[in-house]
Design a protein around this ligand. Structure first.
Ligand code: NAD
Ligand code: UDP
Length: 312
């Protein structure tokens, strides 16, 4: 039985990963400081005989004996990661050093949940792994963007210097049930606004694009990446179906049958203009393409938020 550590396991993606790995028969240790994750996300696993929860902040060392490490701990929504920017940098730098030190000591493979944000406001479209990015090093998103870039650097340095088996995945916008109601990310924001009948807040003119991947597609490939030998990445993971944010707002209104209006608010600084993954490498090395369409994924997410808001 594999003893698996997930950092950030009480978060949105982490809790889905816990669920899949438990279903696959893993012996799981989930570590989280509940900064942007919730006990509610993992409550249903608490009685599982092979699920163990540790409240711990990964900027401090952690001594455990495990066989595999999924390192996801880091606030992912702009509201959360900007709230305490210095802490975001510490989580990415000190937290990743601590997890790499652990991986080195116990000789465990370690997967880092990096981000499409390493490309910044990309000048290359769609983004390929060979592109080095266009990132503002001193802006309000830098704690996250540069944090993830340093985390990737640390992964590769531990790999070259200490032979740690590292796996870097660059995750593009992912959505689904268990996103926090109030974390300000666009899919959950629009759905909650539409369900409450309040205006949908499109930042700027809404022409900026994103490409949205449903969480079950991502979980499947995270596990595939961990189990694939001799491939360190980085590899882009996302759904290449790209659309402007204004179109997303209209789609959400349609699917929720909401009569909410769309209003425009100022575009936050350094908000990337276009984002879409080139997933050729994931197809080639991992045999993966996402399966869930935006409509299907949005529908499942709407159902979740209806229950969460007690509208069902
Ligand atoms: P999330 O905020 O829901 O989950 C992150 C989890 O990490 C939370 O439970 C939080 O409490 C925990 N955490 C944060 N700092 C910690 C610390 N110092 N010590 C211990 N735990 C800590 O975010 P998510 O969407 O589930 O993202 C998970 C990972 O995937 C993150 O690393 C994120 O950067 C990456 N990612 C996510 C997306 C996306 O679209 N969801 C895109 C790119 C990358
Ligand atoms: N956005 C928006 N309205 C919202 C929340 C976000 O128009 O209520 C925009 C945001 O400016 C960005 C895109 O939606 O262009 C995606 O934002 P999110 O915070 O979900 O993720 P990002 O890709 O920016 O990290």
């Amino acid at each position: 039985m594999d003893r698996i550590l997930i950092t950030g396991g009480a978060g949105f993606i982490g809790s889905h990963l816990c669920e899949s790995l438990l279903d696959n028969g893993a012996d799981l240790v989930c570590v989280d400081n509940y900064f942007s994750g919730y006990k509610d996300n993992i409550r249903e696993f608490s009685l599982h005989p092979y699920f163990e929860m540790i409240r711990h902040d990964i900027i401090h060392p952690l001594f455990l004996e495990v066989d595999k490490i999924y390192h996801l701990a880091c606030p992912a929504s702009p509201i959360h990661y900007k709230y305490n920017a210095i802490k975001t940098v510490k989580t990415n730098v000190l937290g990743t050093i601590n997890m790499l030190g652990l991986a080195k000591r116990v000789k465990a493979p370690i997967l880092l949940a990096s981000s499409s944000e390493v490309y910044g406001d990309s000048k290359v479209h769609p983004q390929t792994e060979s592109y080095w990015g266009n990132v503002n090093p001193i802006g309000i998103r830098s704690c996250y963007d540069e944090g993830k870039r340093v985390a990737e650097t640390l992964m590769m340095d531990y790999h070259r210097q200490n032979k740690v088996d590292v796996k870097i995945v660059r995750i593009f916008n992912t959505y689904g049930p268990r996103m926090a109601i109030n974390d300000g990310r666009v899919v959950n924001n629009f759905i909650v606004q539409a369900l409450k009948g309040v205006p949908l807040t499109v930042y700027g003119d809404g022409s900026q694009t994103r490409s949205f991947c449903y969480v079950s597609d991502l979980i499947q490939v995270l596990i595939k990446m961990m189990e694939t030998k001799n491939f360190n990445g980085p590899v882009n993971l996302g759904n290449p179906a790209e659309l402007p944010i204004l179109d997303l707002a209209k789609k959400v209104l349609n699917l929720t049958k909401s009569s909410s209006k769309i209003i425009h608010k100022p575009l936050p600084p350094d908000d990337p203009v276009r984002r879409c993954p080139d997933i050729s490498l994931a197809k080639e090395k991992l045999g993966w393409t996402p399966k869930i369409s935006l409509e299907e994924g949005l529908q499942k997410t709407i159902t979740y938020f209806k229950e969460k808001l007690s509208l069902k």
